[in-house]
Ligand binder design. Structure first.
Ligand code: SF4
Ligand code: SF4
Length: 104
């Protein structure tokens, strides 16, 4: 029996790893400024699906974010920034992804 290793977004979720070919750093939302409008969430390309609602917050998984910049123009308060010193997403975010991922 053959097994197929997941690729793309599913593989990144299962391995909790960024795609090594992505040159841009992932984005991070400044929670002190964000107004939770979800505009960035709707702008993030579905194959990337890096943004979710986490409780009352809107958060970006650095492991899923290619740094493509598509979420920047829609943000009405300019609170999304590149994060070259990013830290892994907390376990709680991954747990929430199973239940609230709008892209699967
Ligand atoms: S930079 Fe691109 S992949 Fe990252 S959160 Fe914004 S739209 Fe999504
Ligand atoms: S678009 Fe900007 S203000 Fe709106 S949820 Fe995203 S980061 Fe927050």
């Amino acid at each position: 029996m053959s097994t197929t290793k997941p690729t793309g977004r599913q593989g990144r979720i299962e391995n909790r790893e960024r795609n090594p070919v992505w040159k841009n750093p992932p984005m991070r939302i400044d929670m002190d400024i964000c107004i939770n409008c979800d505009a960035c969430l709707r702008a993030c390309p579905k194959p990337l699906g890096a943004i979710i609602n986490y409780g009352i917050d809107v958060v970006i998984f650095p492991e899923l974010c290619s740094g493509c910049d598509k979420c920047l123009p829609p943000c009405p308060v300019d609170c999304i920034h590149p994060d070259p010193d990013w830290k892994p997403a907390p376990d709680g975010w991954w747990d929430e992804l199973d239940f609230e991922d709008p892209y699967t």
